[in-house]
Design a binder for this molecule. Structure first.
Ligand code: PDD
Length: 283
């Protein structure tokens, strides 16, 4: 039977009891991670767990287990659920206490939940590329925290989906920041451009792997913000995340990018990225 993680226990879904005054439920006061699993092998787990602890630290929350315990629990969850290819979702909230915006004093125990889900790699989209829509980035100014507060992201994605977009690529004024659940990159004249890591974007784990791939394939990287107009004029464009890897973008709003098909650097990056994945693929 499927098990889910509840604090440090693996239990049945129906055995999880979360208070209606859980701060994650009431305030979105918590953080999360999505980790990819390829044929039972977890990918970049250390980086994801490190980022989870970093997010917790940034919101002044203590995770009541060591990183090793969390690693172990994730592995147990994958094993007991016999997860092949899919994701592990993990979230930590500040716990429950009578509703009050200020942190509970004394602090209460954080609440951890997690589950696995089978999901195939998006092979078709990785091959053909996808259209995206530009949306004003109306989120808060701490997008570096992987917060449960995702209303801005949710609204942006919905805007794109309603217009036939695969993803919303957000901009603050003229400057492209990132996707609603992905990072964004353009390639112009053999150089890759992407927003620098600061408070306006999430430092994607996939982004970090991709920047290593750029070095391997000899693609120079400029971590500088670029504008909407520059985005339309890129030779190639792509987005990345744990779930979508290196996803070519063939159209932004009504404008085809390059010749409207995935570009050659993007293809090279896809290959370099794929070479880093656990052995068995195309599952
Ligand atoms: N989202 N930017 C945002 C706003 C994100 O939500 C994500 C990931 C990324 C890419 O990060 P990574 O490469 O570490 O997955 C960038 C996850 C997948 C989600 O919310 O489902």
């Amino acid at each position: 039977m499927e098990k889910v993680l509840w604090n440090d226990q693996l239990v049945g879904r129906d055995d999880v009891h979360i208070s209606i005054e859980d701060r994650g439920y009431q305030f979105g006061d918590g953080i999360y991670e999505v980790v990819k699993v390829y044929n039972g092998d977890v990918f970049t787990a250390t980086e994801h767990i490190d980022r989870l602890y970093a997010s917790a630290d940034k919101i002044g929350m203590a995770i009541p287990y060591t990183k090793d315990v969390l690693h172990h629990l994730i592995h147990q969850l994958i094993e007991v659920n016999e997860l092949g290819t899919g994701i592990v979702y993990l979230q930590v909230t500040r716990g429950y206490s009578p509703r009050n915006h200020a942190f509970p004093t004394p602090a209460v125990e954080a609440v951890i939940t997690g589950y696995t889900r089978e999901s195939a790699r998006p092979m078709q989209e990785l091959q053909t590329g996808v259209p995206v829509c530009l949306v004003e980035d109306v989120r808060w100014l701490r997008c570096d925290i992987k917060s449960l507060n995702l209303l801005g992201n949710v609204m942006a994605k919905q805007y794109a989906v309603e217009r036939g977009g695969f993803e919303a690529v957000q901009h603050r004024g003229e400057v492209i920041t990132e996707g609603s659940s992905s990072n964004a990159y353009g390639i112009k004249n053999g150089t890759l451009y992407t927003h620098p890591v600061n408070n306006l974007i999430l430092n994607g784990i996939t982004r970090q792997v991709i920047l290593d791939c750029c070095e391997e394939i000899g693609l120079p990287v400029v971590e500088e913000a670029f504008t909407k107009q520059q985005a339309f004029d890129m030779d190639e464009f792509f987005i990345s995340s744990t779930g979508i890897e290196v996803m070519p973008v063939t159209r932004i709003d009504e404008t085809p990018i390059g010749d409207g098909t995935p570009g050659k650097w993007t293809r090279k990056l896809q290959q370099a990225f794929e070479a880093k994945l656990p052995q068995q693929l195309h599952v």
